[in-house]
Design a binder for this molecule. Structure first.
Ligand SMILES: [Zn+2]
Length: 347
């Protein structure tokens, strides 16, 4: 079976061995990626959260891709809502544009971007909104799928997506920018023209995924109506309302994606999703960060890794399955989700 982890925080300190600012072990990122590859993870979408981290994510992708025949690490470029105090208008937009244009082989999505009403102490909603809107306009222009973050802001979040779509259409018609011109503008080396996107049945100029979905049914319906896709990780699976939404088939399987949000969002024994894991039980030894040897195959206690995407997959499969779960049907389900991510991000 093959998997894609569409949410891997490759630049997180924990993979460099730093925990809350203190160094506990050497970087073990290479082992983390190898382990995931051995477990069927063929592609990783590594999250950028500001200009600096987006550049770092791209550099790490290049470093690891050089080790393998076929590239497997790709990145997003963007400013996360909780980092939006770092957003400097035109200056940031041109920096982001440059990162995308110079790294088209690696950058497969624009993000993270969005709104977060739970962490307004990092950046107030007004600051978040400005960064969100202006980055959206750039993402539409660049034709990149969106990697979206939304926390308790669904109504405003969807309004902004719709408002900016209108603004973009107006701008496009003013500059007489026909879709055919855009598609012909830069073909790159791929046979799929740069700048054209899978929009599904959606209304937006580009497609996108709302990552780390936490399960409110009305939110799911709004996102689906806008043509968006939905990414689920271990954090969302803590919420029983997400279990219900999946069981009820509210998220069409062709809009679903697996992610880990590693090193965060492990599925823990205390979570209601833990009992759903029967096949993807993990047997590697677990050690505390300070005891971890970066060259030894062992897990750091509490740290999620991209190989755990298989646990997310099994949970979602069991919630989705109406009949008796079978390995064969599980493989078909995973294959379907794999194709979704492949199609959306074009790895
Ligand atoms: Zn996020």
């Amino acid at each position: 079976m093959q998997f894609i982890d569409i949410g891997f925080n490759i630049t997180d300190d924990m993979f460099a061995g730093r925990y809350r600012g203190s160094r506990k072990h050497d970087s073990d990122l290479e082992g983390v990626i190898e382990r995931a590859r051995e477990n069927g993870v063929t592609y990783f979408l590594c999250t950028g959260t500001d200009c600096k981290e987006s550049a770092e994510a791209i550099a790490l992708c290049r470093k690891f891709n050089a080790k393998w025949e076929k590239p497997c690490c790709f990145a997003t470029v963007g400013i996360h809502p909780t980092s939006s105090t770092k957003y400097r208008g035109e200056e940031s937009l041109s920096e982001l544009r440059k990162l995308v244009e110079e790294n088209r082989d690696i950058v497969k999505a624009f993000g993270e971007l969005g709104l977060d009403a739970e962490r307004t102490s990092w950046a107030d909603l007004e600051t978040q909104e400005r960064a969100f809107k202006e980055q959206l306009m750039l993402a539409y222009e660049l034709g990149l799928p969106l990697f979206l973050h939304n926390r308790k802001t669904t109504v405003r979040f969807c309004e902004i997506l719709e408002e900016t779509t209108e603004m973009y259409k107006l701008k496009a018609s003013e500059t007489k920018l026909k879709a055919s011109d855009m598609e012909a503008s830069d073909m790159g080396s791929s046979d799929i023209p740069w700048g054209s996107c899978v929009t599904g049945s959606g209304l937006l100029p580009v497609s996108g995924v709302v990552h780390s979905f936490d399960g409110a049914r009305d939110d799911a319906r709004r996102f689906i109506r806008l043509g968006l896709h939905i990414g689920v990780n271990g954090c969302g699976l803590r919420e029983l309302c997400l279990h219900e939404v999946i069981r009820a088939g509210e998220i069409p399987v062709e809009r679903l994606h697996f992610e880990t949000d590693a090193p965060w969002c492990s599925i823990k024994k205390t979570h209601p999703s833990f009992d759903l894991i029967k096949w993807e039980i993990e047997n590697l030894p677990v050690v505390k960060p300070e005891k971890h040897q970066s060259n030894v195959e062992e897990m750091v206690k509490g740290r999620c890794e991209p190989m755990h995407v298989r646990q997310v997959a099994e949970c979602l499969y069991r919630l989705h399955e109406q009949g008796e779960p079978t390995r064969e049907k599980y493989a078909q389900f995973c294959e379907r989700i794999y194709r979704n991510s492949l199609q959306l991000f074009r790895f």
